[in-house]
Design a protein around this ligand. Structure first.
Ligand code: SF4
Ligand code: SF4
Ligand code: SF4
Length: 242
């Protein structure tokens, strides 16, 4: 399988948030008004203005000690993206552009279109937004802004085969001291996280609910129904809108 991928080594992340800031800067996304909700994490969730978020979670490790777990979250760039059927737009990376208007006036929960609960809608414009793999940089031979800004080696980006090999090698190394380490859904996504503890210690949606993924795909595109037919019926739009 070709194309590009990320390898994100969570054992190295210090939650410096350089990647979160770099993403906002490159994408020209504004700051948000936030409030203290009892965590160093800020803001509290992804939004159409914060498409990359370093999550903080305190949980117990295998020895029962409380530990911070850091999770720089972004769109996983699924190999077969359920959202592409629901929002009608993707390129080589899963990219939403101005044509992503089909769900504009439909009140969809992000979990209905994404097994990782990632995309967010701008209530003012109705447009959905998420990470686009910095496709504007990648097509010019640059790495994504979040990768370039990461000082610890957590963020890596390159040809998929190289990233899978790097992930596997690093997993083998980490498992020597942390036997519960695993790669999150490496066959299904282009953003491969190396975790050293249970997935829920990082975040509820660290790994996809495979049943949910199948359900979204099945609902999104039933057999014998074309994408055009599906979208016309799903959002109750006239054929001229599709
Ligand atoms: Fe789409 Fe969600 Fe997969 Fe990203 S993670 S490609 S938003 S389904
Ligand atoms: Fe943001 Fe680009 Fe990184 Fe995606 S690839 S999270 S858009 S900086
Ligand atoms: Fe973690 Fe790197 Fe992001 Fe800092 S820049 S929060 S080390 S992924």
């Amino acid at each position: 399988m070709n194309g590009k991928s990320f390898f994100v080594d969570l054992t190295l992340c210090t939650a410096c948030r350089g990647c979160q800031v770099a993403c906002k800067q490159w994408k020209d996304l504004p700051a948000e008004r936030t409030h203290n909700f009892g965590s160093h994490q800020n803001p509290a969730d992804l939004s159409h203005q914060t498409i990359r978020l370093v999550r903080f979670k305190e949980a117990r490790d295998a020895q029962g000690k409380l530990r911070w777990y850091f999770f720089p979250e972004q769109c996983r760039h699924c190999i077969e993206p359920p959202c592409k059927y629901m929002l009608n737009m993707y390129k080589s990376a899963v990219v939403y552009n101005e044509e992503v208007r089909l769900a504009k006036n439909v009140d969809l929960d992000p979990q209905m279109i994404c097994p990782y609960n990632v995309p967010r809608k701008d209530a003012a414009t109705g447009h959905w937004r998420k990470c686009d793999m910095c496709i504007d940089r990648v097509k010019d031979g640059l790495k994504p802004a979040c990768v370039t800004s990461c000082p610890t080696g957590t963020m890596n980006f390159g040809d998929r085969e190289a990233m899978l090999e790097m992930a596997q090698n690093r997993l083998t190394e980490v498992k020597k001291t942390r036997p519960n380490a695993f790669l999150a859904d490496p066959e299904d996504v282009r953003v491969i996280y190396l975790c050293d503890t249970d997935a829920e210690n990082y975040h509820t949606h660290m790994v996809a609910d495979t049943g949910q993924r199948s359900a979204i795909l099945a609902q999104a595109r039933p057999a014998k129904q074309s994408r055009r037919e599906f979208l016309t019926g799903r959002f109750n739009f006239g054929k001229s809108r599709v």
